[in-house]
Design a protein around this ligand. Structure first.
Ligand code: A3P
Length: 305
């Protein structure tokens, strides 16, 4: 490996810049292993996000819609007893994170459903060369930033104290955040989704909140399993939305008390689940600064929040 730039991260570890994006050293091992070894199938589906864009929610939606025939009842659905991150594992953070052995993916049913935070430029070759589908979810950077700030502070060792909003903000604006720069991450997939709309569906957290049934039906269509008229009449779309709703998911026993194998508590992935909490935290100057970066980096490409 070439010498990588490094910076103090938001938690306790250093971040390393690889292919233009920031990773912890452990994650980077997973990124490299995944780039080298992951063989995408044409039928695979990848959920791609930057952290705190609504990954957990989209995992739940996608798992529920792909498996709706197998699990018609929401009472004894796997999502009631499993956190979505267990049902839809991250490639580089979970499956390929161990240095010494490669994951056995043979038990995954077709279509295999995985997730990743990998930036577009770092996707394994087999992903770009196969006909596998990518669902990219983005969110207003102001909300992503606040969500990430809360999440990071939960992960920081007590001895380190909290990272202040201002400190985190300065790093975020400079692009120094997990899988940051945020704007470059979004832009990579935005451009690709315009070039290859049959391969990449570009979603927004805000649309999922405001038009849930429309977006869920679009997602099902994109993934090649549209809801039939009979299913819609029978309330299947509404059932999935109810099952995956913030209120339902955040109150499930498994999500209140469980932990991921990497140590994060499941409940850390459920905070408010709303649009616009940034209004309660950011100063006018911070809002102007984030808006102006977003305008400069994304609006010129037709992407606005
Ligand atoms: P907030 O911190 O703004 O509440 P990720 O899953 O990518 O880590 O993102 C976490 C964010 O998604 C958190 O945002 C969390 O509350 C929100 N979220 C998780 N599950 C959700 C759901 N079912 N509906 C809406 N938002 C959800």
């Amino acid at each position: 490996l070439p010498t990588l730039s490094m910076e103090r991260g938001w938690v306790a570890h250093y971040l390393y810049q690889y292919q233009g994006f920031w990773h912890t050293s452990r994650q980077l091992q997973g990124v490299l292993s995944c780039q080298k070894h992951f063989e995408a199938h044409d039928t695979d589906i990848l959920i791609v996000t930057t952290p705190k864009s609504g990954t957990t929610w989209l995992k739940a939606w996608t798992f529920a819609l792909l498996n709706r025939k197998q699990y018609p009842s929401i009472q004894n659905h796997p999502l009631v007893t499993n956190n979505p991150h267990l049902l839809v594992p991250f490639l580089e953070l979970v499956l390929y994170i161990e240095k010494d052995f490669l994951p056995d993916l043979t038990s995954f049913p077709t279509p295999r459903l995985f997730s990743t935070h990998l930036p577009c430029v770092s996707l394994p070759k087999s992903v770009t060369e196969s006909t596998c589908k990518i669902v990219y979810l983005c969110r207003d950077p102001k909300d992503v930033f606040i969500s990430l700030w809360y999440f990071t502070n939960k992960l920081r060792p007590e001895s380190k104290g909290v990272i202040s909003l201002q400190q985190a903000f300065d790093k975020f604006c400079r692009g120094v955040s997990l899988y940051g720069p945020f704007w470059a991450h979004v832009l990579g997939y935005w451009k690709k989704s315009l070039e290859e709309p049959e391969k990449i569906m570009f979603l927004r957290f805000e649309e999922m909140k405001m038009k849930p049934s429309f977006v869920l039906k679009e997602l099902a269509r994109f993934l090649g399993c549209p809801f039939s008229k009979e299913e819609e009449d029978a309330g299947v779309v509404d059932d999935i939305l109810k099952l995956c709703s913030f209120d339902n998911m955040s109150n499930l026993e498994v999500n209140r008390y469980g932990k991921l194998s990497s140590g994060e508590e499941h409940k850390a992935f459920f905070r408010h689940g709303e649009i616009g909490d940034w209004k309660n935290h950011l100063t006018v100057e911070m809002i102007e600064q984030l808006n102006s970066i977003t305008e400069e980096k994304l609006a010129v490409h037709g992407l606005r929040f």
